[in-house]
Write a protein that binds this ligand. Structure first.
Ligand SMILES: *Cc1c(COP(=O)(O)O)cnc(C)c1O
Length: 455
């Protein structure tokens, strides 16, 4: 650990010589440290100099039951010694079969077909193509457009980015993208003064209805992140929007695609966010927590009616065409099965309710902070929105990078917090303890105090 050749500085220097990191202006690393992590345990990460960091963001929202979870690690090791991978066209294996059975069992009713891919963006590509192709196979080739919410994020491959509305990711590549119809997000933070979250949701449904009245005939699907628009700043909305969306999609004959890649698997308080509105979408995209944060894997669930629209004699040319080399990887499927077994064996959702209530109590005092415009929470996702002026909710100029100051403070004090712009959020692994939550919030609060002090 103290050997300088394997310490933080040496590894960071070697990294920066050859690696190009995601979501990063690499120049930042002239001042922001690149942190080599050598171990993980529970909610903690350990760097090569022996410093510990409490993972407040579940390593990009993937981890559920702790880093290097021994139970999941053992299942992975066992599977690796039996079958690591096999082509998934014409061949199958038990982990994929069992996982499909389990996903059909635990997701909302009516989702009976499982298509595997290997990351979240790929799942979105699959859902978009499948929806379009369904309508084509039904004789509705004129349906070529999608409806997305403002502030949405569905990934960064070209199709997924097309239905995303986070300027940071989209703006530069806009000339390459499909153009969706954008409908205003039901985001409660953007509601009218005095309006309840439910009233905002109902008003936004009215706007969606008006859009569908004009464009449903050329629209394949409406795609949403149920309850929380995560990458768009952890913006949250009332479940009434999902219930209304289901009704509108039925009325106007367009699909409802639920992107539960970030909010699925217990994040919002229920196993899936759609449950809070008692709705079944036509497509549900899952990834991230699906493998407990161990391996890349995604799944798109859909209805038998969709599947049947592709099922025909070969010459009809109706087959769905989409493949990835690692589709249905056995290691990833086995790890996902072990993750779902933990949900069966342990009272995960009940424990999360207690943890979420504790987190809420700890965050409460931040509401009074002169530069905090909003403290919001849905289950195990909580966010604190920093602003330059509390009364008008005027944001800080982005160039001031206040959120980055919170990030740096966190690293210096042993916490991984990675604000989205000026939104400091908490999305910890489900194995975090109450004292660890206290620590995380203390570090965040001190980081916020520092970040808003001075120019
Ligand atoms: C992360 C995310 C994606 C993309 O998943 P990747 O595996 O990063 O490609 C899509 N949708 C939502 C809601 C996400 O949070």
């Amino acid at each position: 650990m103290n050997d300088p050749a394997s310490g933080n500085a040496a590894l960071a220097a070697r990294d920066l010589r050859h690696i190009w990191h995601p979501c990063t202006q690499m120049h930042d690393h002239e001042s922001v440290p690149m942190l080599p992590i050598v171990r993980g345990e529970g909610a903690w990460l350990l760097d090569a100099d022996g410093h510990r960091y409490l993972d407040g963001i579940s390593s990009w929202w993937t981890n559920l039951f702790g880093h290097a979870n021994p139970r999941i690690a053992a299942a992975l090791a066992d599977q690796a010694q039996r079958l690591e991978h096999v082509i998934f066209a014409g061949f199958t294996h038990e982990p994929a079969i069992e996982l499909a059975e389990e996903l059909v069992r635990i997701t909302p009713p009516g989702l009976d077909r499982v298509f595997y891919a290997d990351n979240g963006s790929a799942a979105i590509e699959v859902a978009l193509k499948m929806s379009f192709h369904y309508w084509l196979n039904q004789g509705h080739g004129e349906k070529t457009r999608f409806i997305a919410l403002t502030g949405s994020y569905h990934g960064e491959t070209l199709g997924a980015l097309s239905v995303s509305d986070v300027a940071l990711y989209r703006k530069t590549y806009a000339p390459l993208l499909l153009t969706p119809f954008l409908t205003p997000s039901p985001d409660a933070y953007e509601g009218e003064p005095g309006e309840s979250a439910e009233q905002t949701a109902m008003r936004r449904l009215g706007e969606l209805r008006a859009l569908l009245e004009r464009h449903a005939h050329e629209t394949c699907a409406v795609i949403v992140e149920p309850l929380v628009q995560c990458a768009g700043g952890m913006r949250m909305y009332h479940p009434a929007y999902l219930a209304g969306l289901r009704r509108l999609c039925d009325e106007f004959a367009v699909h409802f695609i639920a992107d539960e890649i970030a909010v699925g698997f217990g994040r919002t308080g229920t196993l899936f966010a759609c449950e809070q509105a008692s709705v079944s979408p036509d497509f549900m995209c899952l990834s991230k927590g699906l493998t407990g944060g161990f391996l890349p894997l995604s799944a798109v669930l859909t209805r038998d009616a969709v599947y049947r629209a592709f099922y025909a004699e070969y010459g009809a040319g109706k087959a769905f065409l989409h493949s990835h080399s690692y589709t249905g990887n056995p290691l990833a499927c086995r790890v996902a099965l072990e993750t779902l077994a933990i949900f069966r064996d342990e009272p995960v959702l009940a424990r999360n309710r207690t943890l979420a209530a504790h987190l809420a109590r700890r965050l409460e005092p931040l509401r009074e902070h002169p530069h905090v415009a909003d403290v919001r929470q849905t289950g195990m996702i909580a966010a604190v929105e920093l602003v330059a002026d509390k009364a008008s909710r005027r944001p800080y100029p982005a160039a001031e990078r206040r959120g980055l100051r919170v990030y740096l403070h966190g690293l210096q004090h042993g916490a991984l917090l990675r604000p989205l712009g000026d939104v400091v959020y908490f999305m910890p692994p489900f194995v975090i303890t109450e004292p660890e939550i206290d620590r995380l919030v203390e570090i965040a609060a001190a980081g916020i105090a520092k970040a808003v002090a001075g120019p």
